[in-house]
Design a binder for this molecule. Structure first.
Ligand code: NAD
Length: 294
């Protein structure tokens, strides 16, 4: 049997896995997209055919003791997504700011006409490194505002548009800190436990309108220079771990003896975003090299 050169390719049902493009025609909003896991998710979503709305605070936040993503890093993520053929809208947006969140979502809908997927990835691991009675109110409030209230604001702003479409997928990037405690990281641990609660509550609220809400709990993710990621280095700094011993601290108690790769998190996010996971909501995908299995 011969084929004409312009014959349409064989029909591939959405979400059939394998090498199919699984997010064609979908619009995905990703917060904290300037670098790290957010950049890995953005480029993977673009590879899978999605058009992307990339949000990042793109500037330092008073009270957070390390550099946030920059405008240049956000532009770099956008360029990588365009290389995969995605249409991109990138904007500075602080998830602590309700008006900015609402405006960013409105601009995204004005540009693309729809929203299908939200990846709540923006998060900060510090200020940390203190026992609870040493934590100031401002430090506590800041950590919860970014890591827990931010995702809630993003869900509140986006779900009305997903509801109009009759469905959608929200993916909250939590942490193993949402499942177990870590010493001297109380605000982070509390926020990430809260994010899993928000995931389950939102899954129940929105199941009737076809929106699925799931979480991913990465363990210690390798600081990949390609992604300009540095969260592990920041945790090492805040705990005062001696130079050169950081990796061993993170691998302690981890059966695979390998740090998690941001691409593994991005692959799980694609799975939760597409119809491959149509039966999954209110669930938590753990990617931690077995850390919480012990
Ligand atoms: N790296 C890890 O080992 C690890 C492990 C488990 C969970 N996580 C979670 O994964 C997510 C991403 O972490 P990462 O390692 O890529 O960190 P990262 O610091 O490299 O990137 C986070 C991005 O979020 C942005 N951001 C921070 N606050 C923001 C705000 N208020 N509004 C908008 N954007 C904001 C930053 O500018 C930055 O670009 C976080 O939620 C983090 O808690 C990371």
């Amino acid at each position: 049997m011969t084929f004409a050169i312009n014959q349409a390719p064989a029909y591939v049902p959405a979400g059939s896995g394998g090498s199919a493009i699984r997010l064609k025609g979908k619009i995905a909003v990703i917060t904290g997209a300037g670098r790290g896991i957010g950049r890995a998710c953005a480029t993977r979503f673009a590879q899978e055919g999605a058009d992307v709305v990339l949000l990042d605070v793109a500037g330092d936040i008073p009270g957070i003791p390390y550099r946030m993503g920059t405008r240049e890093q956000l532009a770099r993520t956008a360029a990588l997504c365009r290389q995969h053929g995605a249409a991109v809208l990138d904007m500075a947006c602080d998830v602590r700011d309700r008006a900015a969140v609402d405006q960013a979502v409105e601009r995204a809908v004005a540009r693309f006409g729809r929203l299908d997927i939200l990846v709540n990835n923006a998060g900060v691991c510090g200020p940390s490194g203190k026992v609870i009675d040493q934590v100031g109110d401002d430090e506590w409030t800041l950590m919860l505002d970014v890591n827990l209230n931010g995702p809630m604001r993003m869900i509140r702003a986006t779900v009305p548009y997903m509801t109009q479409l009759g469905g959608g997928s929200v993916i909250n990037i939590a942490s193993t800190a949402g499942l177990v405690g870590y010493r001297r990281f109380s605000a982070y641990v509390t926020a990430k436990h809260g994010l899993l609660g928000l995931t389950r509550a939102a899954a129940l609220d929105y199941a009737p309108v076809g929106i699925r809400v799931n979480a991913i709990c990465p363990g210690s993710v390798r600081d990949d220079p390609e992604l300009e990621a540095s969260m592990l280095a920041e945790i090492v700094r805040s705990l005062g771990v001696p130079e050169g011993q950081g990796t061993e601290v993170f691998l302690y108690g981890q059966p695979t003896r390998q740090l998690v790769d941001a691409q593994q998190v991005a692959a799980a996010a694609v799975h939760l975003a597409c119809d491959d996971s149509a039966g999954t909501t209110g669930a938590t995908q753990v990617i931690d090299g077995g850390y919480t299995a012990i």
